[in-house]
Design a binder for this molecule. Structure first.
Ligand code: CUA
Length: 306
């Protein structure tokens, strides 16, 4: 589990990973051989043919044609190999098998949301069955993000107003780290997710038992955790703290005050800029408007308990 690679590359846990690694190693080793040969020859010649005497005048050297041709032809062949091989792997990485299981991915500051074919959503936790091609259709609601799973050797930009996709087939059950790998603001480094690769039956069971009828405050606590609300509202002072907020009087940046009732909490979640608390700018994205009413009710119920 995790990033237990060779201490060099992360472990290779998808069907394309070995091919990506092979190309990487080919490029690395040929480059290393050429580097050592060129630098070695340079050092050797520097010593062997150094000028030993003021009066020493070197004889001009006209290198033979075959030598010139060799260092044109050999690198050209190497470059063509890398291009052809790289292009083949590139096409494979970008062509999802037609029977792929599709999952919608939404990236936002600063979380990942996954939506499955039956409408179930999860945040920062991606569940997939092992040994099955998974195609991720991804978009962003605010700025550029990038979806990166080192163990699967896949990485793809996630862009507002465009759907990009990436696919993988995990070869082993386990949990694997997802990184956002495009700088996207204050909490970019905390924009992490976990891929849970499980057996097909575990996946079906997980899918069937999600978003079931939890008491509202419990559902809210789950969502609060999944969407990492705590990063801004508990751990840092990016957003106002929420402890004891319900029923309290809020001083707004326009000088007025408001009582933090359910209506205020709801408005602040779906339209964060509507009533800014004094001393805070608009940092919160307006992406939570896509939550269902039930989810919003759950969040409000949970916030009331804080
Ligand atoms: Cu999202 Cu970096």
């Amino acid at each position: 589990m995790g990033e237990n690679g060779s201490g060099w590359l992360p472990e290779a846990m998808s069907t394309v990973a070995a091919e990506v690694d092979a190309l990487f190693y080919f490029t690395l080793y040929t480059s290393t051989i050429i580097f050592v040969a060129v630098i070695g020859a340079m050092i050797y010649f520097g010593i062997r043919f150094r000028r030993r005497d003021e009066s020493e005048v070197p004889t001009p050297v006209h290198e033979p044609k075959w030598l010139e041709m060799t260092w044109i032809v050999v690198p050209t062949i190497l470059v063509m190999i890398v291009f052809t091989w790289g292009f083949k792997v590139f096409i494979k990485l970008h062509t999802a098998p037609p029977d792929s299981y599709e999952i919608t991915v939404r990236a936002a500051q600063w979380y990942w949301e996954f939506e499955y074919d039956n409408g179930v959503t999860s945040a920062n936790e991606l569940y997939v069955p092992v040994g099955k091609a998974i195609k991720l259709n991804m978009s962003a609601s605010d700025v550029l993000h990038s979806f990166f799973v080192p163990a699967f050797r896949i990485k793809m930009d996630v862009i507002p107003n465009r759907v990009t996709s990436v696919w993988f087939e995990a070869t082993d059950v386990g949990t694997y780290q997802v990184f956002c790998t495009e700088y996207c603001g204050t909490s970019h480094a905390a924009m992490l997710a976990t891929v849970h690769v499980v057996t097909d039956s575990e996946f079906r069971q997980w899918l069937a038992t999600q978003n079931q009828d939890l008491p509202p405050a419990e559902l809210g606590a789950q969502l609060f955790n999944q969407y990492t609300c705590n990063v801004c509202h508990v751990d840092t002072a990016v957003g106002p703290g929420l402890t004891g907020i319900f029923g309290s009087e809020r001083k707004l940046s326009d000088g007025t005050t408001v009582i933090a009732d359910e209506d205020y909490l709801l408005e602040s979640i779906v339209d964060p800029g509507a009533k800014l608390v004094e001393g805070y700018g608009l940092q919160m994205p307006a992406t939570y408007g896509s939550l269902t009413q039930k989810q919003l009710d759950g969040l409000i119920a949970y916030i009331k308990t804080l």
